[in-house]
Each structure stands twice: as structure tokens, then as C-alpha cells.
Design a protein. Structure first.
Length: 309
């Protein structure tokens, strides 16, 4: 017998919620039936949606979401496009919290979801999250353990390495660029921000969920380990005495090292690199946004015919 997907769907009629079961489409799930439970939420204090409380409070989110926290470590993804990426990723979903309109947009992708799907009116979603969540679609997912830095390096031909990047939007854009240009992973120094913070995930357009990453420690000794593994470490810097990026030959096993805007890379990180490289630009401009600069450098390095993730 063909397996089928069933949805327990919540609809609002005459001031109340009506639950109805509707056959949606075939679903080859390995079970006789797949049931997606769509649970209506009418009270913003409902504990079932507590993962989504106070999304604009960074301190609260860090305390609740980090791996050592009371909730065991989770993160928040936001927006229909990002949630589609989440549902295709290795991360295990805890729950989804959607407006009826966004539920309709995501319904075709929910066949493999083994987690509750909460549906609420826009005003309830706003009250829970603490701000007008116009995207109307959020989800929480388990973090899981970080992979080993050596394992990521051994499986990659091109890496991005960060030092001190603490702006979540820059970090998210950096991951989007890493995915676009085929980087096999991102290694973060211990002072770099959390790539799974909601804003980073959103700005990355969900690509942070597909690019392997981990913390490289101790720092900057991790750079010496990359060199021992055969990587050429290229430190991106605006320093006028650095080599022009155009003079760098793309080759297998290269790692692009980038630092925060303002302070840039530390002297210790620069000293641990094989080469210091710069992007030629007009003399009136001293530097670029770190994500923009990384995109330019990755585009150059990705031209290697050997380049594969």
C-alpha cells in the first residue's frame, strides 16, 4: 500500500479553532501513515511555544540557546525560505511556529517533520516573539555537537577561517559567500560570534545550516595545524605592504583568514599565516566590509580547476 501523508490542520471559524484531517499527498516515509500535527495556539503564554519568547533579547537567547543551557542547546530559524533550508539540513527540528498563511506556504515541505507544528494568528506570534514578526514563520532546532576541526579540514579544498567576527549579520553573509564559492567549511576562532544566532541564520539565507563549521582552538595554534595539513593560509588585510590578491595563484588546499572590521586580524594571526594578501582598491578607500572582501577573495580562489568542496 502506498504510504500517505495526513495533516491534522487547524482552521479558524466563528471565533474558534476547528481541527480537520485532510489527505494531502503521497509520502514515502517508511511508515504506514505520516501524520503532521498542526496545533493551534491562542494564548501567547502557552509554554509549548516558550522557545520563541523574547527573540530580540540577546542575553536571554544566549542563556537559553547555548549548548550548556537548561534547554540542551537549540537555535531559531526565521522566514519561509530559511525554514525550507532547515528542513533539508542535518539539524533536527524541535518545533515550528507559523501563521496560517505561512503554514500554507510550507505545507508541501512538512512530510518529513517529526515535530509539532504550532499555528497562531499574527498577533499571537508577535506577542510571543516580542516584535512584529512579519515573516510569520519561525522554527527551533537542536544544535547537536560540533564536528572536529581536523575532520572539516581534511575533507575540504577551500576553507574560510575567522578571527573576532562578532557582528551577526557579517557572519551570516560570510557563510552565504562561503557556500556560494564552494568552501568546504568555516573554522571560527573562540572569539567569533555564534553562527546559529537567529540573525546570522537569516542573513545567510539558511546556508549556515549546510556549510560545516566548528571552533578552531587553541588560537592561533589552529592555523599552524592547518599548515601541517597542507593548507596555504592567506591572511586578508588592507595593509599596503601585503601582496595583491591578483598575484595569488589559486591552488588546492587554501584557507582564507579574515578578521573583524576595525581591528582586523591580530598580529599573532598575521604571523601564523603563510601570506598576507590585500584587495587592490581606490586610494580614497582603506577597506571593505569583511563579507564583501571575503566574497571577492573567495571568487578569486574558487577559480582553481582543482576546487571542490
Amino acid at each position: 500500500m502506498q504510504n500517505r501523508l495526513y495533516v491534522v490542520r487547524a482552521t479558524r471559524r466563528a471565533g474558534g479553532w476547528r481541527r480537520a484531517t485532510r489527505n494531502v499527498r503521497p509520502c514515502h516515509s517508511g511508515h504506514n501513515h505520516r501524520v503532521v500535527h498542526v496545533i493551534p495556539i491562542e494564548d501567547p503564554s502557552d509554554e509549548r511555544v516558550s522557545d520563541y519568547i523574547g527573540l530580540t533579547d540577546p542575553d536571554l537567547r544566549r542563556r537559553r540557546e547555548q549548548a550548556g543551557g537548561a534547554d540542551g542547546g537549540f537555535f531559531i530559524a526565521e522566514g519561509v525560505g530559511v525554514l525550507r533550508q532547515l528542513l533539508r539540513s542535518r539539524y533536527r527540528v524541535r518545533s515550528l511556529f507559523l501563521t496560517p498563511q505561512r503554514f500554507g506556504a510550507l505545507e508541501p515541505h512538512l512530510g518529513g517533520v517529526d515535530a509539532p507544528v504550532y499555528v497562531a494568528a499574527q498577533e499571537i506570534v508577535n506577542l510571543v516573539s516580542g516584535f512584529p514578526l512579519h515573516r510569520g514563520a519561525i522554527a527551533s532546532a537542536h544544535r547537536g555537537p560540533l564536528p572536529d576541526a581536523g575532520a572539516i579540514a581534511d575533507g575540504a579544498q577551500l576553507l574560510v577561517v575567522t578571527e573576532g567576527i562578532n557582528d551577526h549579520e557579517n557572519l551570516g553573509a560570510l557563510f552565504r559567500n562561503a557556500a556560494a564559492f564552494g568552501a568546504g567549511g568555516v573554522l571560527l576562532d573562540p572569539s567569533t560570534a555564534d553562527p546559529l544566532y537567529r540573525r546570522s541564520v537569516r542573513v545567510s539565507m539558511g546556508q549556515v545550516l549546510h556549510v560545516a563549521f566548528t571552533v578552531a582552538a587553541p588560537w592561533p595554534d589552529a592555523l599552524a595545524d592547518l599548515r601541517r595539513r597542507g593548507f596555504e593560509v592567506l591572511a586578508l588585510t588592507p595593509a599596503p605592504d601585503a601582496e595583491d590578491l591578483d598575484d595569488v595563484e589559486p591552488r588546492p588546499r587554501q584557507a582564507l583568514l579574515v578578521g573583524a572590521e576595525g581591528p582586523g586580524l591580530s598580529q599573532a594571526a598575521l604571523a601564523a599565516a603563510d601570506r598576507r594578501v590585500r584587495i587592490p582598491m581606490a586610494v580614497e578607500v582603506d577597506s571593505l566590509n569583511v563579507a564583501t572582501a571575503a566574497a571577492i577573495a573567495l571568487h578569486h580562489l574558487a577559480r582553481s580547476p582543482f576546487r571542490r568542496r
